[in-house]
Design a protein around this ligand. Structure first.
Ligand code: 9L3
Ligand code: MG
Length: 139
């Protein structure tokens, strides 16, 4: 068997750009102990079986950031697609401008509000980097 015979595993993750009233975007630093620790990402996480992407985000944003998001406030913007060595990541990016509660790093992660054009100053996972241009165009 060659590597060409190995079916790549598809991992489905959903991410969100929270945008505040000043047009700044929230990024969160992946905590120690997780893969890609120290890199800054658009918050989100893996889809659980049976979830729709919006449901994943509502759950992840509550778990990771302590905020409540309503589904009509989630607007799909684009997709990230990145081939890691052992899996292929497919990750839709949503934009959200309204939520209830105050953003708090519930897992001890650092969070920052950043102007879209400054996002390139923060080291990000390879899947997240191409998303910056879409946000700069939008915002
Ligand atoms: N990931 C990349 N960019 C993101 C997110 C939320 C996740 N903005 C990658 C990191 C992991 C995988 O997706 O390889 C699963 O994420 P998690 O469940 O470890 O947060
Ligand atoms: Mg996550």
């Amino acid at each position: 068997m060659t590597t060409a015979d190995v079916k790549p595993k598809l991992v489905l993750v959903v991410a969100c750009a929270l945008v505040d009233v000043d047009g700044r975007v929230l990024i969160a630093q992946r905590p120690e102990g997780k893969t890609l620790a120290g890199l800054w990402e658009f918050p989100g996480g893996k889809m659980e079986p049976g979830e729709r992407p919006e449901e994943t985000l509502i759950r992840e944003l509550a778990e990771e950031l302590g905020i409540a998001v309503k589904e009509p406030c989630l607007a799909p913007l684009t997709f990230a697609s990145h081939a890691y060595e052992t899996f292929h990541l497919l990750m839709p990016l949503y934009v959200c401008r309204r939520w209830d509660g105050i953003v708090t790093g519930k897992e001890g992660q650092a969070t920052r509000w950043v102007r879209p054009e400054r996002l390139r100053d923060f080291p990000m996972p390879p899947a997240d980097e191409p998303l910056i241009a879409h946000l700069v165009d939008l915002l």
